[in-house]
Each structure stands twice: as C-alpha cells, then as structure tokens.
Design a protein around this ligand. Structure first.
Ligand code: COA
Ligand code: AMP
Length: 631
C-alpha cells in the first residue's frame, strides 16, 4: 500500500479520528464536544461544541507565536505599479482596527456584510475583520453587474456594504461606486451604510449619511479583539451559479473550514509555514477565498495578492516576474491563464528572462486541463503540473494529487485521485455504481469532509433538492466522468446548465431568463460552445414572436447588451443568432445538449423523443453560419 492509499483509507474508515488529528493544528478557545454530528443527515456538523475564531487562527496566533515580522501578504499590482508587503504584525494592526471600525458602525456577530472589491489588500482585511467579530461576509466578484449585486444584497440582507472607488481591469479603469449605487437602488433590502476605500486611480462621490470613508474610519477606530464563535457558526456566504438566475448562497462554517484548509496547505500543496504561495485568482471566487486569503494565512505562510492579468500587465512574462521577484514556491491558477500566455508567447521567451529557481510546482483548477496546455506548461516550466478538481460548494479539492503526502504519477486528462475525506463514486441515473471506466454522474458518499458547504444560506430546501435528493446518501456534484482501473478520476464536464468561461462559473439558465425577457423573443436556448482560449463561451439561439419583422442582427445586439448589463461583462455573451424553431422533445423540452454537440462538432444520437428531426439540420446550418460547425 502506498503512503497516499494508507492516508486515504484511514480518512474514510476512521473519518472522526482523521479529522480530530487534523483539528490539532487549529487553536480552539474551547475544545469540540465531538468530531462529527450525524444526527440530522444531510445536515452534518463538524466539531460541534468547539469555539474558535478564524481570524485569530489566521493572524493573531502567528504574531503570538513569533511570526509577527514574517511577511503575511505581498500585494503586487502591476496595474498601479505598486508592491507592498504586510507582516503578520502589520496585518493584525490593520484587521483589528478595521474590525473596530465595523463594530463602531454597529456590525456584530451573526450580521451579514457584502464586500464588493477589487484585488486590493483591503479586500482581505475586510474579510478577516468580519471573521474577527463573527460577522458573515459575502464577497461579490467585481465583474458582476449591479443587477447581480442587487440579487445578492436582497438575499444576504447585509447590515453594511464594503467597497472601493474602483478597479483597473487590464488597461481599463472602472468606477465601482456608480455600480454600487445602482445595485442599492435596484435592491429592496435597505443598505443603511457603505464603507468605501478611496483609491488614487478614481475618486468616488460619497452620499452623506450613508457612505463612510474607509481610511478615516480605520484611523479613528479602536482596535478590537477576536469574538469566539461556534465551530458551526457561519464564516461566509459565497454565491455561485446554479441552473437559474437565482444564485446559490453556499454557506461555510468556521471550524470545519479552518481545519480542512490548514490540512490542505501541507498535504495537498506541500507548502510549509513561512513559504511563499501564490494563487492567481480573485477574492470574488472560491479559489480566492480559500487559497488567496484563508488557507495560507491559517498556515502561517506568505500569500501573494496579485492585481493583474497573466497577459497585458504588461506582457506575457508577468507570472514569471512575480514568481522570480517574490521567490514563489508554488502557483495556483486556471488553465485558461496558461492558454492566454501560450497564445501571446508560444515559445515561452519571457520565461527565460527570469530566475524562477524557487518555483516547484504549478497547480491548475477551475476547468479541465487540456493536454496541449499541460504539455506546453510542462515543457516550459520543467516542474510538476498538477491538475485538481473542486467546486465552490466543496471549498477545497475533491480530487487531487497530495504532493505533501506522496506525489502520484500524473495521467493526462485526470486530476488524479480522490482526496482524503472524499468517498468519490460514479453512478448511473438510477444511482447504481457503474464499473470502472464507464462514464456516469460523479457523486460523493456522505458525509462530506469538513470545510465543505453546510447548507445554502436561508434555503435548506434548495440545498437538499440541488445536491442531496437525486442520489440519496450521496452529494451530487453535477459533473460527469469516470474512474479508471487505478482509481484515477476523469472529470468530463457539467451535466447541468452551468458553463465554465475562463475558469469562471456561469449559468446558461440565467442568460436564457434575461433573453426571454426581450419583448421580441418567443423562446431561446443558451449553451456552451468550446473555445480555444476560454474553454467555453455561451452561444444563444432565439426564435422571435409571430409578427416580429425586425432584423435579427439588431435583436442580437440588444440581447448581448442585456446580458452584459444584467449579469456583467464576465458572462462573455457575445454570440447569438435568430432561428425559425428550436429542437424539442415531444413533451416540449428544448434539446440543448444536442445543439451543444452540434456546435462542438461532437457525434450525437438523434434523441428518440425528438418532435421533428428536420429541425436539427436547420440548427446545424445556423451554427455553421456562426462559424461553429466545421463542415
Ligand atoms: N471587474 C470588472 N470587469 C471584469 C473583471 C473584474 N474583476 N474581471 C473580468 N472583467 C471583464 C473583463 O474586462 C472582460 O470585459 P470585456 O468584455 O469588456 O473585455 C470580461 O469581464 C471578460 O473577462 P475574462 O473572461 O476574464 O476575459 P479577459 O480577456 O479579460 O481575460 C484571462 C482572460 C484568461 C486573462 C482571464 O480570465 C484570467 O486571467 N483567467 C485566469 C485566472 C482566473 O481568473 N481564474 C478564476 C478562478 S481560478
Ligand atoms: P466553481 O464552483 O466556480 O469552482 O466551478 C466548479 C466547476 O468547475 C466544477 O463543477 C467543474 O465543472 C469545473 N472544474 C473545476 N476544476 C476542474 C478540473 N480540475 N477539471 C475539470 N473541471 C473542473
């Protein structure tokens, strides 16, 4: 038995023993009464009775234990020409003061706070300050439009909203305040207070009485200590795309989250306290929550906080510059970032200019790593390229290669094996396990390990319905795939209406809801077409109402604008076409999967339930005209 096998088996045969051992790395104010409460499945509770504070574990205790002068966070912002380092001691000063400012504004344990910020250190400070006082943060990604922010405001019902005056997105300067004002206007929940961090790049206009200046509040605040919370108390809500326009509010607890994330830093990523780790993502995504902010700080390592892109800030050598300048040991990003670099610098000429001798490993996730990118990166970097698979819901990897335990051989197209704590199976639609090598639904036997979602915020019912109902006793990942004879898991893609654009998760259902709202549109379908750079891009087909004679191209432009204005630029919805009819089953279900196969030049079987097979040639024709079908 290999070392990995041993650890993995133990994690499943004695889950409580395994996680009790891991929990020793966390400082508890009060020990937990038991490791796992399974009395009310599928609502499992890890470490009930335990009391801790996540911010204390991520910041204070490192100062108390002699790491105060170690750099905790390196802010590297090529877009503003700034590099700034914060030691753990400095971070503690900023976080405790800002937590004091929040307290003075009336935020207390159990209150929700929305954070809508670019990649500046204040975003991490805001998150940690909430954790410090037991408030529940909900970070909303800056690429979402005001409407999406408004949906989250209405659902999370924040006591207060924290934002900044703006961001630099590549070469564009974006003002955030008008977006925030518009979102607050669109929402029905009253946001009583806004704390805004003014940046040099753009100045926001303040609304007297409602808007408060971050810098002034922090300067005059009385620093506060950490509020002990229950292990099972919520730490944050992170909204993620589901199959409809209403996102799912994934809820994370404090105790399980701290234990699991700490455990992954060494065991999965092979990082030790004091080493430099870089996750090139955004705090608005789960990768940013877990691996820009919480996990590296919980462990006492140094996290790089990068406000830039892989290309264009200023060039395709940006990643190598950061690795070299800050002596980064490992980088975590999405394959799309590497495709962007490869496109600009196919020969990797920038790489040769930098001393990257500190660099040991590249971790990829967010979408499938295509073999081309894998091989290109392997050849260029000469370090292991480790794919791993996870979801917003799980907060950390479900399948990966535990380099800190034992590095397993990489198999192309597979993120390797189930992580300790995850009993991963593949089942058919009846819930029966399928033989090795056969594709089906990837599920995880309950209970899920600590750190995974506890429920959906204010929606237990949707939690049960979305994840726990189709295959009782299992968590439904909504990804399809198979497990090979050696136990390697292959993740082939989503089985639902979620698509993955440049490592960002978006809902085609949400886009359809917007398009269907156009006065000329009778019905529509949006599905993901393969894209060389971004993995997938959304494509829309729409049918106009009887009597509409307007130019389809004009309607398309309006639809593109509607989706951009409603969801945001991040939806990348740019392509749509009018068709006479959409293919459907006899019961009226639109055959999106079949259209997706046509657009992606994949073989498909004409569904036996199809109403009129002739429509498929019309769709093929339309998609060919749009440039999707290679004839
Ligand atoms: N705020 C406002 N707008 C944003 C934004 C933000 N934080 N992030 C992206 N956008 C905008 C972009 O400017 C772009 O707008 P445009 O249509 O006006 O050009 C649009 O949203 C689409 O963004 P994106 O899909 O990211 O495309 P891009 O061409 O700007 O960048 C990559 C492409 C590959 C360089 C970029 O997606 C990337 O670095 N991805 C890898 C890392 C990552 O983010 N992973 C996520 C999870 S691990
Ligand atoms: P998100 O919740 O944004 O992290 O997106 C989760 C989805 O991204 C998963 O359900 C998968 O479809 C996809 N995904 C993430 N990582 C991988 C990976 N390594 N391989 C294949 N798909 C992935």
């Amino acid at each position: 038995m290999t070392k990995y096998d041993e650890v993995f088996r133990y994690s499943l045969t004695n889950a409580e023993g395994f996680w009790a051992e891991a929990a020793k790395s966390i400082t508890w104010y009060k020990p937990f009464d038991k490791v796992l409460d399974s009395s009310n499945p599928p609502f499992y509770k890890w470490f009930p009775g335990g009391k801790l504070n996540t911010c204390y574990n991520a910041v204070d205790r490192h100062v108390e234990n002699g790491r105060g002068d170690q750099v905790a966070l390196i802010y590297d912002s090529p877009v503003t020409g700034t590099i700034k380092k914060f030691t753990y001691k400095e971070l503690l000063g900023r976080v405790s003061a800002f937590a004091g400012a929040l307290t003075a504004q009336g935020v207390a344990k159990g209150d929700t706070v929305i954070i809508y910020m670019p990649m500046i250190p204040e975003a991490a400070i805001a998150m940690l300050a909430c954790a410090r006082i037991g408030a529940i943060h909900s970070v909303v990604f800056g690429g979402f439009a005001p409407h999406e922010l408004a949906i989250r405001i209405d659902h999370a019902q924040p006591k207060l909203l924290i934002t900044a005056s703006g961001a630099i997105e590549g070469k564009k300067t974006l003002a955030y305040k008008p977006l925030v004002d518009s979102a607050i206007e669109q929402s029905t929940h009253e946001v009583g207070k806004v704390i805004l961090f003014q940046r040099d790049i753009v100045t926001a206009e303040m609304k007297p009485g409602r808007d408060f200046d971050w810098t002034q509040l922090e300067a005059s605040a009385t620093p506060v200590g950490c509020t002990p919370v229950d292990a099972t108390d919520p730490l944050y809500i992170l909204y993620t795309s589901g199959t409809t326009g209403m996102p799912k509010g994934v809820l994370r607890d404090n105790g399980g989250h701290a234990v699991a994330l700490y455990w992954t830093m060494k065991n999965l990523y092979n990082i030790n306290p004091g080493e430099v780790w870089w996750s090139a993502s955004d705090v608005g995504w789960v990768v940013g929550h877990s691996y820009i902010v919480y996990a590296p700080l919980l462990q006492g390592s140094t996290t790089v906080f990068y406000e830039g892109k892989p290309v264009g800030t200023p060039d395709a050598g940006a990643f190598w510059r950061v690795i070299s300048q800050h002596r980064v040991k490992s980088l975590f990003t999405a394959p799309t970032a590497f495709r962007a670099i490869k496109k600009e610098d196919p020969l990797g000429e920038h790489f040769a200019k930098y001393d990257t001798s500190s660099f040991e490993c590249l971790y990829l996730a967010g979408e499938r790593t295509d073999p081309d990118t894998l091989h290109w990166a392997e050849k260029l970097l000469g370090v292991p390229i480790i794919d791993h698979w996870w979801q917003t819901e799980t907060g950390w990897a479900i399948v990966g290669n535990c380099r800190g335990i034992e590095e397993l051989p990489v198999k192309e197209g597979s993120p390797t094996k189930a992580m300790p704590g995850y009993d991963v199976r593949v089942v058919n639609d009846l819930g029966e396990e399928v033989p090795r090598g056969q594709e089906g639904n990837i599920v995880v036997k309950l209970p899920l390990p600590p750190g995974t979602l506890c429920t959906l915020w204010r929606n237990d019912e949707r939690y049960v319905k979305s994840y726990m109902s189709k295959f009782p006793g299992y968590y439904e990942t909504s990804d399809g795939g198979y497990i090979d004879e050696d136990g390697y898991v292959y993740v082939m893609g989503r089985m639902d209406d979620v698509i993955n654009i440049a490592g960002h998760r978006l809902s085609t259902g949400a886009m359809e809801e917007i398009i269907a709202g156009h006065p000329d549109v009778a019905e529509c379908a949006v599905f993901g077409a393969d894209d060389q750079m971004k993995g997938q891009l959304p494509v829309g087909l729409f049918v106009v109402k009887a009597g509409v004679t307007r130019d389809g191209e004009e309607i398309k432009k309006e639809l593109v604008k509607m989706v951009r204005d409603t969801i945001g630029p991040i939806a990348c919805f740019k392509d749509a076409c009018q068709v006479a009819r959409l293919p459907k089953t006899r019961s009226g279900k639109i055959l999106r999967g079949t259209m997706r196969s046509i657009a992606n030049n994949k073989e498909y079987r004409v569904p036996s339930t199809i109403d009129d097979p002739a429509i498929l040639s019309e769709i093929t024709e339309a998609l060919a005209k749009m440039g999707y079908v290679k004839k």
